[in-house]
Design a protein around this ligand. Sequence first.
Ligand SMILES: *Cc1c(COP(=O)(O)O)cnc(C)c1O
Length: 414
Amino acid sequence: MERLKKVDPQVYKAINDELKRERDTLNLIASENFAPQVVLEAQGSVMTNKYAEGYPGERWYDGCQHVDQVEKLAQQRAKQLFGGEHVNVQPHSGTQANMAVYFAMLKMGDPVLAMDLACGGHLSHGHHHNFSGKYFKIISYGVDRGNELIDYGEVEDLAKKHNPKMIVVGASAYPRTIDFAKFRQIADKVGAFILADIAHIAGLVAAGLHPSPVPYAEFVTTTTHKTLRGPRAGMIICRKEFAARIDAEVFPGIQGGPLMHVIAAKAVALKLALQPEFKSYQRQIVANAKKLAAELQGRAYRIVSAGTDTHLLLVDLSSKKITGKDAACALDQAGIVVNKNLIPYDRLGPQLTSGLRLGTPALTTRGMKQAQMQQIACLIDAVIAAAQDQKTIAATKAEVLKLTQKFPLYQELT
Ligand SMILES: *Cc1c(COP(=O)(O)O)cnc(C)c1O
């Protein structure tokens, strides 16, 4: 980035500092990952220059032959990976993928059954400041207070009582396997569509480590930047009968020109996700999450739902006399990046919280395995046990740096 350095030293410095931060910290944010350098290359390409309103072969602009090619590749690879009938690779984000489905299929004020945000649902599943909560009548299902798993009986009762037009399945902070077939049975009893939002678990689904919703849901949405390890963006897979409505809702419904450089990067990420190594990567993500959960349990931390089947775990700090906010802040000072998170039926609000959400996709991308998870659990425990102690923070930070240097990131970038 020598040219950028000369022309805009401030932006150059910020980008460089971010690279250094990513290299020198342990990233346990469950929704983040490190996109491969080939994805960054495609995303940083001249395809950012091209207007391509419309779809391959039917654009509103000329000169689209090359961007058509990358969009078709992305579509083909997504279908090969997830097995759906139709795919739209244009949504700029996961939220916009969801918005396209809501707006294509529902009228304002229609009832929608979705997971409670306080139990792991996403903003686009009905938060009052989000389009979903403003324009639709949201009914929420939670998890069982005892085992902290989705209570399918409750989902069915709510569905029968409120007759939702659509049921949203999927979450941002649910560590267990979701039974999409059961949701299908419930939806069929009340004549509802299913929107399966696999933003978090897309990589696991692609690798066959979490059951796929594609056979059960009319609509499947995802992000491409979480476990899928692509560029920051979204995607929709749907049944053929809804293809035209979904395409028209993405463009011109809610978006203008597609981000063709990002679509090129999606095509690259999807190619990588079709390789055998991607499967072993996903397997290691889950093995690491299970190991991290077990190690923390061994240090007397309560893990929500007593463990995990996926890439993430929720730690309940209630017995440790520290809030999620304070714990996350102390860990960040020590170079361990996590996020505070509500636990189901949290006694504290979303600003403080009683929990931490930890995920292993990014650490696993660096090549870390179970041995490192054990070490990291030990570091996390040390910081939480002495969150005010600057000596502990400094000592942990030194250990973090040693560990990150053993697992270098973006070696070709300078
Ligand atoms: C991350 C996420 C999204 C959307 O993310 P964007 O930030 O809009 O790309 C949607 N649904 C779920 C369940 C998510 O976890």
